[in-house]
Design a protein around this ligand. Structure first.
Ligand code: G3P
Length: 223
């Protein structure tokens, strides 16, 4: 499973990229607003840090204007994936961009029917929002199961399922169990994936026992 980070915070992205475990980045208009920075500047900086796909979302809602904005966004760097809303204009733009070989991420997907349309439009990624479905009492992870099953039935559907609106590590594990291709995860949730209390407890015990031995793996050389 590929891990993308869902943020426009460059310091978080740099720190997570240093782990060697980061495959890409997703942003959206809300995350750009939260960063307090200009979209073109911050996306360019992210693309210098991360080689994998970096999603940057159009703000237009009309087809021709979406394509004009996509041209600006893709001029930033070759690894920009144009994020488009799951609307008739968004899917039309997705089809046009995919025919030009541009990476696309169709966002705001809340149903299997929408995901099927995104795949038929040639999307590189489709972003079902699991957390927002859970928030309204629906089963976000069931949507992932449905989309994965549908896409597996048809070799021609090459769209990757990018699980978005991830709120906690269990979302990531459940998505991986279902075979979703990508999870885009907020920085705090990515960091939480490392932690287990028995790891901390076990390490403390090993270090205490090691200190009792008085040994050092790298012996200090007397000068
Ligand atoms: O970037 C899309 C998605 O991950 C947003 O998540 O937490 O705003 O529902 P959230």
């Amino acid at each position: 499973m590929k891990f993308f980070v869902d943020t426009a915070d460059i310091s978080d992205i740099k720190a997570l990229a240093a782990s060697g475990l980061l495959d890409g980045v997703t942003t959206n208009p809300s995350l750009i607003a939260r960063s307090g920075r200009r979209i073109l500047e911050v996306v360019a900086e992210i693309c210098e840090v991360v080689q994998g796909p970096v999603s940057a979302e159009v703000a237009a809602t009309e087809y021709s204007q979406m394509l004009r904005e996509a041209a600006v966004l893709t001029s930033i760097a070759p690894n920009v994936a144009v994020k488009l809303p799951l609307t008739p204009d968004g899917l039309r733009a997705c089809r046009a961009l995919s025919e030009q070989g541009v990476m696309t991420n169709v966002t705001l997907c809340f149903s299997a029917a929408q995901a099927l349309l995104a795949a038929k439009a040639g999307a590189t990624f489709v972003s079902p929002f699991v957390g927002r479905l859970d928030d309204i009492g629906q089963d976000g992870m069931q949507l992932i199961a449905d989309i994965v099953q549908i896409y597996r039935n048809y070799d021609a559907l090459q769209t990757e399922v990018l699980v978005a609106s991830v709120r906690h590590p269990i979302h990531v594990i459940e998505a991986a169990k279902l075979g979703a291709h990508v999870a885009t995860v907020p920085p705090a949730v990515l960091r939480a994936l490392y932690h287990h209390p028995l790891t901390d407890k076990g390490l403390a015990a090993f270090l205490a026992d090691w200190a009792q031995t008085g040994q050092q793996i790298i012996e200090t050389v007397a000068v």
